[in-house]
Design a protein around this ligand. Structure first.
Ligand code: NAP
Ligand code: ZN
Ligand code: ZN
Length: 348
């Protein structure tokens, strides 16, 4: 079917209206009418080719929330009318050691990402959520809990799971001191989730004006990363830090905040290489890790957790026609805290 979308036609080109084709339903496919699509900083990195080789035209968007309007003959997991979501990938090999244990975001044969990628045939380009409809295999579609509105749920499909995974794997909870670096789309979900898990949360930000919001969202402490005295004072005081910043590559100031056996999980994807000093790293037996969004079972677990707690994203809703301006505001760290596109603005 022909579907309305917005696409970047070349690196750094503004997004413009563009028609794409969605495939006819296969037996295990669901057709989703997209209601909302979150704007992740990864959309901007990729469309502006900051990570190298990108595929154009590019229809970004991997924080998709919508309603099932049709199902293939073999579909058992979802039904017409269901509220569903799609995240960072739409398929994976299903056969490697990681896929077999539900760690599809670590597929050893490279998953089919939701856009700027190809389906598992390695030929057909994938197009993301800045569009009115998408067709996805039922196994890669998530259930959105009934008590979460689709607009505030959309960002959970990337920002939510990307922070839930490190917090859950490193057991953030009562008695753990968690630092979240960066209060953007990912970071604000990190503050909310870590607080909901019972951890003591410190927001570490390069923006002096984000302290109040950080505290409102669940942080009990605030560190301004440019305040050398405060950063020194806070050395060796945290057990787990999740770095969500889109543009931090020198990790030493943050690693220094870790106490004995503490772990810094870096999830931000700046184009520059990450760097650490060996001295900062080995002091306090520190650990450095990375995580990549999350597998389907854990993404569903995160959505159910957010449903139980009534946890959605703090959003600013925009029409698709405002997307280029919104991207510039994301780059300027000027969004509270996730832009979500109302896809009704794409027209019927
Ligand atoms: P975002 O909304 O733009 O938030 C990023 C935050 O980083 C900003 O709000 C800002 O927080 C901080 N920041 C920005 N520029 C900075 C600078 N020059 N120095 C220090 N801090 C700076 O972006 P996002 O959508 O949350 O994504 C964050 C990063 O994670 C991106 O690189 C994205 O590609 C990546 N990502 C990774 C995964 C994964 O699976 N690992 C998934 C999604 C996204 P403060 O103003 O509070 O400092
Ligand atoms: Zn993302
Ligand atoms: Zn695999």
């Amino acid at each position: 079917m022909d579907v309305r979308a917005y696409a970047a036609l070349a690196p750094k080109a503004p997004l413009t209206p563009h028609m794409i084709q969605r495939r006819e339903l296969r037996p295990n496919d669901v057709l989703i009418e997209i209601k909302y699509a979150g704007i992740c900083h990864s959309d901007i990195h990729q469309a502006r080719e900051e990570w190298g080789g990108a595929i154009f035209p590019m229809v970004p968007g991997h924080e998709i929330a919508g309603i099932v309007t049709e199902v293939g003959s073999g579909v058992t997991l979802h039904g017409v009318g269901d509220h569903v979501g799609v995240g960072c990938y739409v398929d994976s090999c299903r056969d490697c050691d990681n896929c077999r244990i539900g760690q599809q975001s670590y597929c050893l044969n490279e998953a089919a990402y939701t856009y700027n990628s190809h389906e598992m045939d390695r030929v057909t380009p994938t197009y993301g959520g800045y569009s009115t409809h998408i067709v996805v295999d039922e196994n890669y579609v998530l259930r959105i809990p009934a008590n979460l509105a689709l607009d505030v749920a959309a960002p959970l499909l990337c920002a939510g799971i990307t922070l839930y995974q490190p917090l859950a794997e490193w057991k953030a909870g009562p008695g753990t001191r968690v630092g979240i670096v960066g209060l953007g789309g990912l970071g604000h979900m990190g503050v909310k989730l870590a607080d909901a898990m019972g951890a003591d949360v410190t927001l570490i930000s390069h923006s002096p004006n984000k302290e109040e919001d950080g505290r409102r969202l669940g942080a009990t402490s605030f560190l301004l990363s440019s305040d050398r005295a405060a950063m020194k004072e806070a050395q060796c005081s945290l057990d787990l830090i999740v770095n969500t910043a889109s543009a931090i590559s020198k990790l030493d100031p943050y690693l220094s905040l870790l106490a004995l056996d503490g772990t810094l999980v870096s999830v931000g994807l700046p184009s520059e290489k990450l760097s650490v000093s060996a001295f900062t790293f080995l002091a306090q037996r520190r650990r450095l890790a990375g995580t990549n969004n999350g597998g389907i079972p854990q993404t569903q677990e995160m959505l159910d957790f957010c449903g139980m707690r009534g946890l959605g994203s703090d959003i600013e809703t925009i029409a698709i026609q405002e997307v280029n301006e919104a991207w510039d505001r994301v780059v300027a760290s000027d969004v509270k805290y996730r832009f979500v596109i109302d896809t009704a603005s794409l027209g019927g």
